[in-house]
Design a protein around this ligand. Structure first.
Ligand code: URP
Ligand code: ZN
Ligand code: ZN
Length: 478
């Protein structure tokens, strides 16, 4: 039968794919119907649309489980990316699902924070999305009613902060929240930095006039992260609950996580591109304000710490690799120059963009540079985030029945510039890097949303995903 004239059996067929999952690489055609993968095999029947992947690697679409989009900020600061620009940018970089944060302000009900965040995302997302919660005010109402109800409704993860005045929790509040995570089967994510140490160091730096962006890294040395990581693990041990430490930056925090794991504790961990590709020198080697572009917390460390993070990615210490995209314009009064001024490092909005570059940085410098296997790449960028946050097996894998969220990789050298990116931020911290790969196509639920040179999706296509509990650990019978 001539496939060109035969009735299509599929909406889309990807032919000759070198499919990569977290466990295998296999050659096959991928048949898609109604947004799902319905067949994997050789010589599949015709599709209404056909794409020849011609031996190129095809991975699951990325699941970016840590990014910030249109998160409410204290004026004049405002995030540059809303759900439309942020998810468009994600799609063009090979990500098909994002999980940003519905953040509770102190005094606000958690339910209101979730309503507000739905209003911000409604009709805007170009790819699928869900929300983590940020709990900053664990009142009795939140602990007894709102949080358990929201977990039941599919908001099965929440982030706790050990620093930032408007978000931080004390140990007793953390214990209360860990207890809720345990009782209701949610994943507790922890931002581990010791707030009092940061404040003490910041005041000393300010007292001696050291307020340039580069001193941000001096105010948050590795010790500050090490202590908080240790404490978070100890608190989770007391409650007997799995936790996930987010944005781990270097050796001393990695050692604490290895220590916890060695005791048999269920400590999961995340790292991000900034800890592989940036160092504290990117915050400035002099007092120039340009370093504000790389101010994030924890701060990037040094080359030796980058190596520790690479090793820990390869050896399985890290569970997930996220962008921690926190989009603030560099040259803007609502961004890194609040009110149009160069401000002391204390007041520089924390965070850097990276939602579009996450996947290519790791495929290029991890897989193609021989630091991690293609399977490890898939595990870190798609399968494990989907498992950790209750989206697997619908998301994060190439399997019959899974959503047809796929990336076809182009391997070619090019110089990365911000001009080619689709976020609303006026810079990328990775400007000028030589990369060897970029997604040649991104497919979200069977629709091509990035064709290798253009965004081909649309705002409103993305669906909100209520989530199950984490599935990283075996379940007890009964
Ligand atoms: O500096 C960072 N990472 N900003 C984003 C907020 C957070 O703590 O993840
Ligand atoms: Zn954080
Ligand atoms: Zn973050």
């Amino acid at each position: 039968m001539n496939p060109a004239t035969a009735m299509p059996e599929f909406d889309l067929v990807l032919r000759n794919a070198q499919a990569v999952t977290a466990s295998d690489t296999f050659f096959c055609d991928i048949g898609v119907r109604a947004g799902r993968i319905v067949q994997l095999g050789f010589g599949l029947g015709p599709g209404a649309r056909e794409v020849d992947a011609a031996g190129r690697a095809v991975t699951p679409g990325g699941v970016d489980a840590h990014c910030h989009l249109d998160q409410p900020m204290e004026p004049p600061v405002r995030m540059a990316d809303d759900f439309e620009s942020g998810t468009k940018s994600a799609a063009c970089g090979g990500t098909t699902t994002v999980i940003p944060f519905a953040a509770q302000a102190k005094g606000q009900s958690l339910r209101d924070a979730v309503h507000d965040y739905h209003a911000r995302s409604e009709g805007k997302a170009c790819i699928d999305y869900s929300f983590h919660l940020i709990v900053s005010d664990p009142t009795p109402q939140v602990l007894k009613e709102e949080l358990p109800a929201l977990i039941r409704e599919g908001y099965t993860s929440f982030k706790l902060y050990m620093t930032y005045d408007d978000l931080k929790l004390n140990d007793s509040q953390m214990l209360d929240l860990f207890d809720i995570a345990r009782e209701h089967g949610a994943m507790a994510m922890v931002h581990a930095e010791n707030s009092d140490c940061i404040e003490w160091l910041t005041k000393r730096l300010e007292g001696s006039g050291r307020i340039a962006p580069r001193y941000h890294a001096h105010a948050r040395p590795m010790l500050v992260e090490r202590e908080a990581t240790h404490r978070a693990i100890a608190l989770s041990e007391l409650v007997d609950v799995p936790i996930l430490i987010v944005h781990v930056s270097g050796k001393e925090a990695v050692e604490q996580i290895r220590w916890g794991r060695g005791l048999g504790l269920k400590v999961f961990a995340e790292t991000c591109p900034q800890y592989l590709f940036l160092t504290a020198e990117d915050l400035g080697i002099d007092d120039s304000y340009h370093g504000a572009r790389c101010v994030c917390s924890p701060p990037p460390r040094d080359k030796a710490n980058q190596e520790v993070i690479w090793d820990a990615l390869a050896d399985g210490l890290f569970t997930v690799f996220s962008s921690d995209h926190a989009p603030f314009r560099l040259d803007a009064p609502e961004g890194k120059r609040p009110g149009g001024k160069e401000v002391p490092f204390r007041h520089i909005p924390n965070g850097i963009p990276g939602i579009e570059t996450r996947m290519a940085l790791l495929w290029s410098e991890g897989v193609l540079a021989g630091r991690i296997t293609p399977q490890k790449f898939v595990e870190l960028t798609a399968t494990n985030p989907a498992k950790a946050y209750g989206l697997h097996p619908r998301k994060g894998t190439i399997a019959v029945g899974a959503d047809a969220d796929l990336v076809i990789w182009d391997e070619r050298e090019f110089i990365l510039t911000n001009k080619q990116l689709h976020h609303a931020v006026d810079y990328t911290p990775y400007e000028g890097m030589l990369l060897s790969a970029w997604p040649g196509m991104t497919i979200c639920r069977g629709e091509i949303v990035w064709d290798g040179s253009h965004f081909t999706g649309r705002a409103g296509y993305g669906r909100f995903l209520p989530r199950a509990g984490p599935s990283l650990l075996p379940k007890k019978r009964g």
